[in-house]
Design a protein around this ligand. Structure first.
Ligand SMILES: C[S@@+](CC[C@H](N)C(=O)[O-])C[C@H]1O[C@@H](n2cnc3c(N)ncnc32)[C@H](O)[C@@H]1O
Length: 303
């Protein structure tokens, strides 16, 4: 279920094996409807009837997700299911790849379903490439690159727990877990270090959060900082290498995103040609009439 396009404005439902995760918009626990106008308890009852899941988890949304503190985030995402038995971890299978999803883990449960086609693309294109997976989260792209026989995969994230989760995903897929492939730190900070060391990669994945913080640059905003990030990533992309740039920031149009990526490349003095472009997969994430895609991804091969 994907919001207004599926007739339920403000509500999304993801299915992970036999567990459902309902994203219910701005809503504090105890609210029957929150900001969505959808009666969540009735929705949960209908889902149980229809899907017969093992558990249904309901997530709210802090008012300003990028700035919410741990207490506000925890309140928005209760650890107990709204219905059914607690499910600490669920292993799901996508295109033959295993991922560990943790329905109780917080607002994000380990796998972004809208990136499914891009994960498949990474697996197909990683062969013999050195891959830098920035903002790696639970290393889903890293797993795909590893399975696609990349020469090397470096996963980088500003969260140690997410990197540990990434190691679990590697192990689930029979990939060797080597400490040096999981680097903790700030993306811009590390891009500078890698560039100074002369390290180069043939595939660089840039998928930052819409809002967040960087230790070097203060707060991160897509609108303001995306170009700078692309420029820094271009510095470590080998000639003939591919830069995969993504954002799920709904406030940035496709044209504006293209402009931000173009500016970043120009600032780094690199030319490129686009070899791939994706929005949300239409089947599972329909764009509402008169709406525009929230997910914007492009792959650029650099000269
Ligand atoms: C949108 S998620 C990335 C999703 C991932 N690419 C995927 O498809 O599964 C954003 C990730 O960026 C990480 N992050 C946030 N700020 C960061 C920073 N300054 N440097 C590195 N990672 C950061 C977060 O910990 C989080 O795991």
């Amino acid at each position: 279920v994907h919001g207004a396009a599926d007739g339920l404005a403000g509500v999304a439902v993801d299915r992970f094996a036999d567990v459902l995760v309902v994203h219910a918009g701005e809503r504090s626990p105890g609210d029957a409807r929150g900001g969505t106008g959808v009666a969540i308890d009735a929705l949960v009852a209908a889902l149980v009837e229809l899907v017969r899941p093992r558990a249904v988890y309901v997530k709210g949304r802090p008012r300003r997700p990028g700035r919410a503190g741990p207490a506000e985030r925890a309140a928005a995402a209760p650890a107990a299911p709204a219905w059914g038995e607690p499910a600490e971890a669920v292993v799901v299978l996508e295109h033959g790849v295993r991922y560990e999803v943790r329905p109780a883990a917080g607002l994000s449960v380990g796998l972004f379903l809208d990136m499914r086609e891009v994960r498949a693309w990474v697996r197909e294109h990683a062969r013999a490439r050195r891959v830098l997976n920035l903002f790696s989260y639970t290393c889903a792209f890293g797993v795909c690159a590893g399975l696609g026989r990349a020469a090397r995969v470096l996963n980088l994230d500003a969260s140690r727990p997410y990197l540990r989760w990434g190691r679990a995903n590697y192990a689930l897929n029979g990939l060797p877990v080597e400490e040096r492939d999981f680097v903790y730190g700030d993306a811009l900070d590390w891009l500078g270090r890698l560039a100074r060391r002369g390290e180069r990669f043939e595939l660089v994945i840039v998928d930052p959060p819409s809002f967040g913080s960087t230790r070097v640059g203060g707060s991160f905003s897509v609108e303001r900082d995306y170009g700078r990030l692309v420029g820094a990533a271009a510095h470590v992309t080998a000639a003939g290498g591919i830069l995969l740039a993504a954002t799920n920031h709904g406030g940035v149009s496709v044209a504006r995103f293209d402009e931000l990526v173009g500016r970043g490349l120009a600032a780094a003095g690199r030319l490129g040609r686009r070899v791939g472009r994706w929005h949300e997969p239409a089947r599972d994430f329909p764009v509402p009439p008169h709406g525009r895609p929230y997910l914007k991804i492009q792959a650029v091969e650099l000269d």
